[in-house]
Design a protein around this ligand. Structure first.
Ligand SMILES: Nc1ncnc2c1ncn2[C@@H]1O[C@H](COP(=O)(O)OP(=O)(O)OP(=O)(O)O)[C@@H](O)[C@H]1O
Length: 226
């Protein structure tokens, strides 16, 4: 079997006494799309944040391309997160004072790329997600759908092997949501990246290869869709 792009093993996490994850294991293959669903509060975002290395699990491990995040030194962990994991959150979380091109270029600049090269790559990505004309606009001048397209471009610009999306279409109407989903699926599938999408939306879940349903911090069931 090929090494999973992302492997979560026995993840447990509690916010003080509020237990959010009670032993979740999941392996996602390169190129696979997994939807994580379940009722509000079941632990979906916590799972995603542990996978992204934003939260450190109380126990269990997160492996990205075979590397265990917890055993890496801080600097190596940051580098692995920056280069191998792309994150898209519900409201894009763009930097308000920066243009779209600068927002999208940011992961490359943080990795030490030259400004001109990073900006050129950012403009290419903005074109790929259909908003090249907005390269010099700041986020407040854009619609929710455009902001999310930029967030997708920013997540993918480093060519990550794992893309994690938390309700990426949750802030836009259903038509814009479908368009965004297409952009996200296409840009991850094209590159063979693994995609994990947290969603409440059945249509989005139905576009995945597999659906993992959480309940009370555990996997309640799992359905292979294609
Ligand atoms: N920062 C926090 N402090 C304390 N408890 C938290 C915090 N974040 C989440 N929780 C709790 O952890 C549990 C899991 O929350 P989580 O946000 O992971 O669920 P979710 O399935 O993503 O919910 P939603 O669909 O509403 O976003 C819930 O009981 C929630 O109240």
């Amino acid at each position: 079997m090929t090494t999973p792009a992302l492997q979560l093993s026995g993840l447990e996490y509690a916010y003080r006494r509020n237990v959010a994850l009670r032993g979740v294991s999941l392996a996602v293959a390169p190129g696979e799309v997994v939807a994580v669903t379940g009722a509000s509060g079941c632990g979906k975002s916590t799972l995603l944040h542990c996978a992204a290395g934003i939260l450190r699990p109380d126990s269990g491990t997160v492996q990205v391309a075979g590397q265990d995040l917890s055993t890496l030194a801080e600097q190596d962990r940051s580098a692995l997160r920056r280069t191998s994991i792309g994150i898209v959150l519900q409201f894009g979380q763009l930097v308000p004072d920066l243009s779209l091109a600068d927002n999208v270029a940011l992961p490359l600049l943080l990795g030490g790329a030259k400004r001109d090269a990073a900006r050129a790559a950012a403009v290419q990505w903005l074109d790929r997600v259909g908003i090249a004309d907005e390269a010099d606009a700041v986020p407040a001048q854009l619609s929710g759908g455009q902001t999310q397209r930029a967030a997708i471009a920013r997540a993918l610009i480093t060519d990550p092997s794992v893309v994690l999306a938390d309700e990426p279409t949750g802030s836009v109407d259903s038509r814009a949501g479908q368009d965004l989903l297409k952009v996200l699926l296409q840009s991850t599938r094209d590159r063979g990246a693994a995609l994990v999408i947290v969603t409440h939306d059945n249509l989005i879940a139905a576009s995945a290869d597999r659906e993992i349903r959480l309940r009370d911090g555990r996997i309640q069931h799992e359905v292979t869709l294609r």
